[in-house]
Ligand binder design. Structure first.
Ligand code: DAH
Length: 336
């Protein structure tokens, strides 16, 4: 039995040393230690060993088993190392890594950030309001009569509840004034929604920056100076700006502002980028009536709503507003 153990151990160690890959080593392990393995078979001979010899033979068997296990473990590590080295053979680990394409800001985000930065420098602070609005904040507070076309189902997205997707960020004017005493100097960048037909200059979901300046003795000169300064800071000193008389229920007088769009391959053309005007006293009265206070009596102010997509079109000479929502990476990559 003792010789048998010594022989099986010697053979096993040879087998292990001869294994040339992990698979062969695994086969060797099964051939030695498996159910019908060589060492397992010798071990089964224990039952025939006389009682007095059992401790010595048992000790030999244990020693053989540990020697074999240790050899298996060592060989496994060697083979694993060889396999790892083979897997990266020919790879130059000192080469710099390849770069992943980085994302960038959408042109609307870029122009929004620039516009907000300029307006904040001029003393405006940021305000916010919900996109799902009630009719009061979107229309009534802003002096829009019940039969005004903007309130029509054809122009506005209504929910069954009677709420609506705000058609303009001017809602925030009402929201700020009902919770704050004058003076007010706020801007609000945000989305607005209309059931408009989509074309080269219109989207049904678009972005605006609203502005409201309320104090005492604010004049049309302040309005014009503020917006001209803003547009020149954004587009450059030689930007051509034009104010046209217009009508909005919440301002009197009201204007639309056009800026010259110079898109490549097109004749320069004026596009409307904003509405503005002097806050209609009826708006102040509506707020005071609603809050039961008379905070805004005797105030004057101006307000404006600028289309962000339109700003982006002028800034980069984009001829079609739809390019801004098509998510074509070839278009978007130009702004990085
Ligand atoms: N809310 C208007 C629109 O969406 C734009 C506008 C016009 C905003 C005049 C104003 C304003 O604050 O005073 O067409």
């Amino acid at each position: 039995m003792k010789e048998q153990i010594a022989r099986v151990q010697a053979e096993a160690l040879e087998q292990i040393a001869a294994a040339g890959c992990i698979k062969e080593l695994e086969n060797a392990r099964v051939a030695i230690l498996g159910k019908k393995g060589s060492l397992t078979q010798v071990q089964q001979g224990m039952k025939d060993v006389p009682k007095e010899d059992k401790p010595a033979v048992g000790a030999l068997l244990n020693a053989a088993r540990s020697a074999i296990s240790a050899a298996l473990e060592t060989r496994m590590q060697e083979l694993q190392k060889q396999a790892d080295a083979a897997a990266v053979a020919g790879v130059d680990m000192t080469l710099p890594g390849g770069s992943l394409p980085a994302g960038g800001l959408h042109p609307i985000s870029i122009v929004r950030e620039e516009a907000v930065r300029i307006l904040r420098r001029m003393g405006f602070t940021l305000a916010d309001g919900p996109e799902i609005e009630d009719e009061w904040h979107c229309f009534d507070a802003l002096n829009t009569p019940p039969d005004h076309p903007a309130r029509n189902e054809k122009d506005t997205f209504y929910f069954d509840s009677g709420k609506l997707l705000r058609t303009q960020t001017s809602t925030v004017q009402a929201r700020v004034m009902e919770r704050q005493a004058p003076p007010v100097r706020i801007i609000c960048p945000g989305s607005a929604f209309r059931r408009d037909a989509i074309d080269a200059t219109h989207l049904s979901a678009f972005n605006q920056i609203e502005g409201l300046y309320v104090d005492h003795e604010v004049s049309v000169g302040d309005l014009k100076g503020t917006l001209e300064y803003f547009l020149k800071a954004l587009f450059g000193d030689d930007t051509a700006v034009r104010f046209r008389p217009h009508f909005f229920p919440f301002t009197e007088p009201s204007f639309e502002i056009d800026v010259l769009l110079q898109a490549t391959g097109q004749e320069p053309r004026w596009i409307e980028i904003a509405g503005c005007g002097m806050v209609n006293p009826a708006v102040f009265e509506n707020i005071d009536r609603e809050t039961g206070k008379s905070l805004y009596a005797g105030c004057t102010g101006f307000a404006f709503g600028i289309g962000l997509e339109r700003l982006a079109m002028i800034r980069w000479g984009i001829r079609d507003i739809r390019l801004l929502i098509e998510n074509d990476v070839r278009f978007l990559a130009q702004f990085q």
